[in-house]
Design a protein around this ligand. Structure first.
Ligand code: ASP
Ligand code: MG
Length: 447
């Protein structure tokens, strides 16, 4: 949420789409727009000893949240209560920043404590605002601190939610909701069994929401983002890209994995296992239908969309000499395992092994091991384009159409397989837009 306007919109979404037909939602919120990044910056400043700047940045956050709260025009009492809670929060941040400065370190545990402030602040404001808006309806609003029930392991900054524990902890919340109240809580943050604050990885709020929905055995999980569903392609690249009304869960997670930004790749897994439909909707255009992600996929056909991952590296390991050696593959894959590098896509031929790698990984370390068996080269500034659709392995001819569309594009790698619902190609960064447009016209042109 960007501002008071966005918050008001969120409240009316909860009323219209969450409380319809007597249902009582648990509303899972993320931090206000840009706040998590600001908190990261605050930690970095403190670590660099730029303590005044860190404190100024906290004051900026204070001002911004207070401004938002003020713009909501709540009663004086709600405003005062909310601003008191916020003030405690900033005080906690200042203490933390002091700790970072004194210790000269910012451990993942401290970082999580710092980052949790974003979601804690947004939920404080939101809960007061919605409580007031619903005051004439007799519906009670509870703010639940996720750290009291969203239990995770202790891998700080990328903690794993413990679904069984969460389910147990959420029983009480379920009872409150079914007695007619609505709940507000934070996404992204949780706590270990010992009560230490954790976070589950950037962009994790949707994942939190899905797990909570599963734990509560919700009827439906709605994810309100800023795009109205899963699109055939990034609309910034292809103007007439459109939202697919129904998408198979395999395709939704494959799209996410290969770069479609709508959902965190892991998000829908738990909901799918539990058979709960997930809807992706836009808070900016709340009346658009969005995309429903379904598990019953036998009715779905064809292709779902094109996912794009930019700024990837193509790594090429070529055999030294003419004859490939039997130990080349195991050595390469062993090295990947040791460095904890998971290729996005691979392609293996008799003398070359191609790996598409995320550029933020320590790829150059691969030289240590791989240079013994092959000649390793890196080609940066590549893009991975993936055509996704469960129809790929059911219908003949899709691959042929794809390559037809790419007639003047230089594909440096092609990979098909795994889930069998994706064909990926690697192109030079400067060709990505034109390649994507051509593929989109071939498969998704509506005219
Ligand atoms: N606020 C967190 C982040 O920016 C979580 C989220 O937005 O989903 O990463
Ligand atoms: Mg966020």
């Amino acid at each position: 949420m960007q501002d008071a306007e966005a918050m008001r919109r969120a409240i009316s979404i909860v009323k219209k789409h969450g409380m319809a037909r007597g249902s009582r939602p648990l509303v899972v919120l993320s931090a206000c727009a840009g706040v998590t990044n600001a908190l990261i910056r605050i930690g970095e400043l403190a670590l660099l000893g730029k303590i005044d700047q860190a404190h100024n940045a906290i004051s900026d956050l204070d001002e911004r949240h207070f401004g938002l709260l003020h713009d909501l025009h709540l009663t004086l009492r709600s405003e005062q209560e909310a601003s008191l809670s916020l003030r405690f929060l900033w005080r906690e941040l200042r203490t933390l920043v002091r700790g970072v400065e004194l210790l000269g370190e910012l451990t993942p545990k401290m970082k999580d404590k710092l980052l949790s402030a974003g979601e804690r602040a947004s939920t404080v404001i939101f809960s007061h605002a919605i409580r007031e808006k619903l005051s004439n309806t007799g519906v009670a609003v509870y703010l639940f601190d996720a750290r009291e029930f969203f239990l995770t392991d202790s891998q700080f900054t990328s903690a794993r939610p413990q679904v069984n524990d969460i389910t147990k902890q959420m029983k009480l919340i379920g009872k409150r909701l079914s007695s007619g109240a609505i709940g507000i809580t934070q996404g992204f943050i949780g706590a270990t069994k010992r009560g230490e604050t954790t976070t589950i990885g950037r962009g994790g709020s949707d994942f939190s929401a899905t797990i909570m929905g599963v734990a509560l055995a919700a009827k439906e999980i709605q994810i309100w983002t800023d795009v109205a569903g899963i699109f055939t392609c990034d609309p910034r690249i292809v103007k007439n890209a459109y939202a697919q009304p129904i998408v198979a869960f395999e395709d939704a997670s494959t799209m996410a994995y290969f770069g479609a930004k709508v959902l965190h790749p892991e998000t829908i897994g738990p909901a799918v296992e539990a058979g709960i439909p997930v809807r992706v909707l836009s808070s900016k255009e709340p009346d658009k239908k969005g995309t429903t992600i379904v598990t019953k996929t036998n009715l779905l056909k064809g292709v779902t969309g094109i996912a794009i991952k930019r700024n990837v590296i193509l790594a090429k390991a070529s055999a030294i000499g003419m004859v490939p050696q039997a130990d080349t593959l195991p050595i390469i894959f062993d090295s990947l395992r040791q460095k904890n590098i998971i290729p996005l896509a691979t392609s293996v031929s008799f003398d070359d092994i191609l790996l598409t790698l995320e550029s933020n990984q320590n790829t150059s370390e691969l030289h240590e091991d791989i240079d013994r068996v092959s000649h390793l080269e890196f080609f940066p500034n590549r893009a991975l384009i993936t055509l996704v659709g469960i129809g790929l392995h059911q219908e003949a001819g899709i691959a042929a159409r794809l390559f037809d569309a790419l007639i003047n594009v230089n594909c440096e790698m092609i990979s098909y397989g795994g889930a069998m619902n994706a064909i990926s190609i690697v192109v030079k960064e400067e060709q990505v837009e034109s390649a994507v447009k051509k593929i989109h016209t071939e498969f998704f042109s509506t005219s």
